[in-house]
Write a protein that binds this ligand. Structure first.
Ligand code: PRP
Length: 181
């Protein structure tokens, strides 16, 4: 599996430094507020668990799964809610945790959903990776791990056709893997 990775972008130490920094910021910003952290499955499961365990404030957690991609590398432009959260959202401060922001479509839709259909007090986004070159929707990301180039990245929860999610680092997938499919 590792020989299908062209370059390592973020190793485990770098990821740990990033999650330390973001968890400290969240703990300071949300101190004293009713914080609900929403993990967007599947890609953010590792990032989410690293952030949550490093928070120094109380919070609730829940899990949501939506889909805006097909099985290839391009956004299909259609968002489907596959699993909704169960926690109450009224008067809550929601922080959506995602692995990567690409076009911005996913967060654009989710923010509207929580604010207008679920009466949340506030909805912000925390993303491990940002691909600014791919942005098509104007979204504000409150907490960003780091920006990455417009290449196919995998590992630390991110997949290609459900593979590579378990890699402990984030790397660029060798194009030969998807160009030969
Ligand atoms: C990916 C990623 C984000 C979304 C970003 O999810 O985890 O949720 O796409 O793209 P956007 O900014 O263009 O909306 P994906 O649908 O691949 O599901 P996964 O997390 O299960 O891999």
């Amino acid at each position: 599996m590792q020989n299908e990775i062209k370059d390592v972008l973020l190793d485990e130490d770098r990821i740990s430094n990033i999650t330390d920094r973001i968890a400290k910021q969240i703990s300071a910003d949300y101190n004293g507020r009713d914080l609900l952290l929403v993990c967007l499955l599947k890609g953010s499961f590792m990032f989410f668990s690293d952030i949550v365990r490093k928070l120094s404030i109380p919070c609730r957690v829940d899990f949501m799964q939506v889909s805006s991609y097909g099985s290839g590398t391009a956004s299909s432009g259609k968002l489907t809610v596959k699993k909704d959260i169960d926690e109450k959202t009224e008067n809550s401060h929601i922080l959506v945790v995602d692995d990567i922001v690409d076009s911005g479509f996913t967060f654009y839709c989710i923010k509207d959903y929580f604010l207008n259909k679920k009466q949340a007090c506030s909805v912000e986004l925390c993303a491990m990776l940002d691909k600014p070159d791919r942005r098509r929707y104007d979204v504000d990301i409150k907490y960003i791990g780091t920006s990455v180039p417009d290449e196919f990245v995998v590992g630390y929860g991110l997949d290609y056709n459900e593979k590579y999610r378990n890699l402990p680092f984030i790397g660029i997938l060798d194009p030969k893997v998807y160009e030969t499919v």
